[in-house]
Design a protein around this ligand. Structure first.
Ligand code: SAH
Length: 391
């Protein structure tokens, strides 16, 4: 009998090939020297890659004779676009990427009048098993490498720069880690990604700290570690319930780190960075949208450097849960307001292309167009939420 056709082979899961973006500048320069080239070629390769140039023919500052060798060794193709879906007249674009081992991840680019945000994945799949989240249902496939994560942002930046998104050439301004995966469960690679997002050219995208948002289920030790990094990126905590009893069921990792500990870690982050954190709360009909829970959440967060982002649940196929109806949403907002907690309710962008992935629909909770927004009552100006409007 002949061998089974390739299509029946299980995709090989494993570490992606080494890439320039996985390395520090020093390591990359050393790698180039090892290939018999002057160290500065690493800077040249970095400049091209971070600008989205993958065609070696365009790397004209690198001698033609060594381009292929260098690119093969340090710029392997890691992300192959499988499909791109558009919505909002092309201003929202979701890309499905295939990785070297067949794993699939998604990223979503959203262009607004005043900014462009990409929502990126940090893992293929996710191990956190939140029951309302599409990605959580299939478990974790693997961590992405730094280059695989950064590559999603680079592709978005290039699409903006090249004028591929209606509105003319523009700049990628924001990155949110709200695609697939739990970023703080892939800490070293996410740390390296943050470094690259913030670093100026040629070794990065030169984004500002406040325009980068790391969203987490609340891995307390990792939040503490992030606090120690001395970065001031925006922290978003996926709370979804103010009480442990309910949160244990919605965000299973809560059985390990409780609501109180998560909020305490976020408070410490805010104290250290001087930045307000976001509390994400998917409003699920008759599950976590009761007026009492709004009051409880209000008491939990009153006086803290926290901003609540409410999002009506994006129902996922097969799930019994639905979004809270409008009156319940309004009541929830009103009660948080009454407690003095800044709160926004957000529309989702590109709902029609989100299909099975509830997570990606949630991406613009930080950056999206709010339907209801309350100005911060206290000390600071409103956080970096773009155009806010009273609801
Ligand atoms: N693991 C990270 C990033 C996940 S995606 C985290 O949990 O924060 C970003 C946000 O989308 C999280 O707040 C997540 O809880 C939320 N989310 C997931 N599925 C959703 C759905 N079906 N509807 C609304 N929000 C959802």
């Amino acid at each position: 009998m002949t061998a089974l056709p390739l299509v029946f082979d299980a995709p090989r899961r494993g570490k992606p090939p080494r890439h320039l973006a996985d390395l520090s500048r020093e390591e990359a320069r050393a790698a180039v020297v090892e290939l018999g080239q002057p160290a500065f070629r690493a800077d040249q390769l970095a400049r091209h890659w971070f600008r989205g140039v993958t065609d070696t023919a365009r790397m004209t500052d690198v001698p033609a004779a060594v381009r292929e060798t260098l690119a093969e060794a340090l710029l392997p193709d890691l992300l192959t676009p499988v499909r791109t879906l558009s919505a909002d007249g092309g201003r929202t674009r979701k890309t499905l990427w295939r990785l070297h081992d067949g794993a699939l991840v998604e990223s979503v680019l959203m262009r607004y009048p005043d900014r462009a945000t990409v929502c990126i994945s940090s893992q293929a799949g996710c191990g956190m098993a939140c029951p309302f989240c599409a990605t959580g249902q299939n478990g974790l496939t693997r961590n992405l490498s730094a280059a695989e994560i950064i590559g999603q942002a680079v592709a978005a930046a290039a699409a903006m720069a090249d004028g591929e998104v209606p509105g003319g050439p523009g700049r990628l301004s924001n990155v949110v880690f709200m695609g697939m995966g739990e970023p703080l469960a892939n800490y070293p690679r996410v740390r390296q990604t943050l470094r690259a997002l913030l670093a100026p050219a040629p070794w990065g995208l030169g984004l500002s700290q406040r325009s980068v948002t790391v969203s987490t289920v609340g891995l307390v030790p990792a939040i503490r570690k992030l606090t120690e990094e001395g970065l001031a990126v925006t922290l978003a905590v996926s709370l979804h319930a103010p009480d442990d009893e309910l949160r244990d069921t919605l965000v299973p990792i809560n059985t390990r780190w409780k609501v109180g500990e998560v909020v305490e870690a976020a408070d410490a982050y805010a104290a250290r960075t001087g930045r307000r954190y976001s509390v994400e709360y998917a409003l699920i009909r008759d599950v976590n949208d009761q007026p009492e829970r709004a009051d409880l959440l209000g008491r939990l967060l009153a006086g803290k450097r926290a901003h609540v982002n409410l999002i009506p649940l994006n129902p996922t196929p097969g799930s019994p849960w639905d979004a809270s109806p409008l009156p319940a949403q309004r009541e929830f907002v009103a009660r948080l307001r009454a407690a003095g907690v800044p709160t926004t309710v957000r529309d989702t962008r590109g709902q029609d292309i989100d299909g099975a992935c509830g997570q990606l629909a949630a991406a613009d909770r930080v950056e999206g167009v709010p339907t209801v927004a309350v100005p911060a009552p206290s000390l600071e100006p409103p956080v970096e939420l773009g155009a806010e409007a009273d609801g």
